[in-house]
Design a protein around this ligand. Structure first.
Ligand SMILES: Nc1ncnc2c1ncn2[C@@H]1O[C@H](COP(=O)(O)OP(=O)(O)O)[C@@H](O)[C@H]1O
Ligand SMILES: [Mg+2]
Length: 442
């Protein structure tokens, strides 16, 4: 079977000319002179491999991903930013490679991309293993393999159920419990972690980190530089602040977000991500599957999450919203343990026994998952903290809301078998249960 190759840059020509003279399976289908042409050819699925030289400097992680999505493995000619691209997973072809060796590298790269096991001696043939200073992907780091840290995605439906409040306080409580905690603001509709913590300097640390990830330059040190150290209750939380303007959302691309979270999990024991609400929003609007998507950041966080904290508001609007949106979040987080938290719990909205009312609604419509944490409605407590740019551990250490958030941190850290959720007998006949039942049956 033929193995069509696309090339970028004239320096690839002597090599592919040599390969063609072998009359083997590797043949050249397109010699592209610029990156746009290569991307178009890749999208059209013209080649199974792309060998790049001049123009390789412009290839970011996302563009590499686009080429791969088109079905092509990427190889880079030595001397054309090959160290960086090797850090992003491209195979390096030595400048002096004989045609037969180059052809073999192409075949092996295609086989590896197709999921076949890497043939033995693969790295030896290329002669250019990725140097340790690329820091491109955590998998290539030298040193003993560390157990990666936990990623906790805080998600909740639209309507300000308190995702950011929970994320910020959760990160603080985790730090107080001894975790080396990072906090990432990945809400592409209304980033507000920096504002909640009273941070004046808004440098959009997450966008910076994503940019470096795109270039294959995000090592641990760069990640720490992009993050701001925020002192909370005597501990430090490393904060990657969110977008300063909503229209900057294309900066948080899926592949870059995945790299940032992987790197953060490598550096910190727990990474809490404020995901915002939207998971599907623009999916149907675009037929271009390679275009950036506004919900990519949230999806990348859910995809990588070890724990998803789903936050809903404890009232007749918040609970049905959570019930309806939850399956999508769960489906987006295949490897995660789910912890459902009901926030803003209050009698005025959920009845005389608000927990029972919510429990009833949930037991009837909540699709099996346990409600694990209630956080009471305490407007003054939260307003005071917000005004001070502080967390409850600092401004209201003895409040019931703080106790609930601390408990939530304990649940996040607990091993699955240690926590059984709040298993309450199913109640019937609460006002909220009936009300939400009617709403969901519509
Ligand atoms: N349990 C609570 N009691 C009272 N107010 C709360 C509570 N939780 C959050 N809030 C307030 O609700 C508002 C929205 O919270 P926020 O966390 O920004 O929502 P989201 O991130 O879901 O949009 C903020 O003013 C916050 O202080
Ligand atoms: Mg928010």
């Amino acid at each position: 079977m033929g193995l069509p190759v696309m090339t970028l840059g004239v320096s690839t020509w002597p090599i592919v000319d040599g390969i063609e003279r072998l009359h083997g399976p590797v043949t050249v289908v397109r010699r592209c002179l610029d990156l746009t042409e290569l991307l178009a050819a890749a999208r059209a699925g013209l080649g199974r491999a792309a060998l790049v030289a001049e123009g390789a400097e412009e290839i970011t992680a996302s563009l590499l991903e686009q080429i791969r999505l088109g079905g092509a493995a990427v190889l880079v000619l030595e001397g054309h930013d090959h160290r960086r691209l090797a850090g992003l997973g491209a195979v390096v072809v030595p400048g002096r490679a004989a045609p037969a060796d180059a052809a073999r590298l192409v075949e092996e790269a295609v086989a590896a991309a197709a999921g076949a096991a890497r043939p033995a001696g693969y790295a030896d043939v290329s002669g250019t293993p990725a140097p340790p200073d690329t820091g491109g992907s955590p998998g290539q780091d030298a040193g003993p393999p560390l157990r990666p840290g936990r990623v906790v995605a805080v998600w909740g439906p639209t309507g300000a159920p308190g995702r950011t409040t929970v994320a910020v306080n959760l990160a603080a409580e985790l730090a107080l419990l001894g975790e080396d905690a990072a906090l990432v603001d990945a809400d592409t509709y209304g980033a507000s972690v920096a504002a909640t913590l009273g941070m004046l300097d808004e440098a959009a640390g997450l966008a910076q980190a994503c940019r470096l990830a795109e270039q294959g330059r995000l090592d641990g040190e760069a990640l720490r530089r992009a993050a701001a150290d925020v002192a909370v209750a005597g501990r430090t939380v490393r904060v990657l602040t969110g977008l300063t303007r909503q229209d900057r959302w294309p900066e948080l691309r899926s592949s870059a977000m995945t790299t940032v979270l992987e790197r953060s999990a490598h550096e910190f024991s727990t990474t809490v991500v404020d995901c915002g609400f939207a998971l599907e929003a623009d999916e149907e609007l675009t037929v271009d599957t390679m275009a950036p998507r506004r919900h990519a950041a949230a999806l990348a966080a859910l995809e990588r999450a070890d724990v998803v904290v789903a936050v809903g508001a404890g009232d007749a609007i918040g609970v049905p919203r959570l019930v309806k949106a939850l399956p999508e979040a769960v489906a987006a987080a295949p490897g995660a343990r789910l912890v459902v938290a009901v926030n803003k719990l209050r009698r005025s909205a959920a009845g005389r026994s608000p927990e029972l009312g919510i429990q009833e609604a949930w037991a009837r419509f909540g699709a099996g998952s346990a409600l694990e944490q209630f956080v009471p409605w305490e407007p003054e407590t939260f307003d005071t903290a917000l005004l001070a740019g502080a967390v409850l551990a600092e401004t209201a250490a003895g409040s019931p809301a703080r106790a609930a958030l601390r408990e939530l941190a304990g649940r996040v850290l607990a091993e699955p078998e240690e926590h059984g959720g709040t298993q309450q007998p199913v109640v019937r006949g609460t006002r909220l249960g009936a009300r939400i039942g009617a709403w969901l049956r519509r």
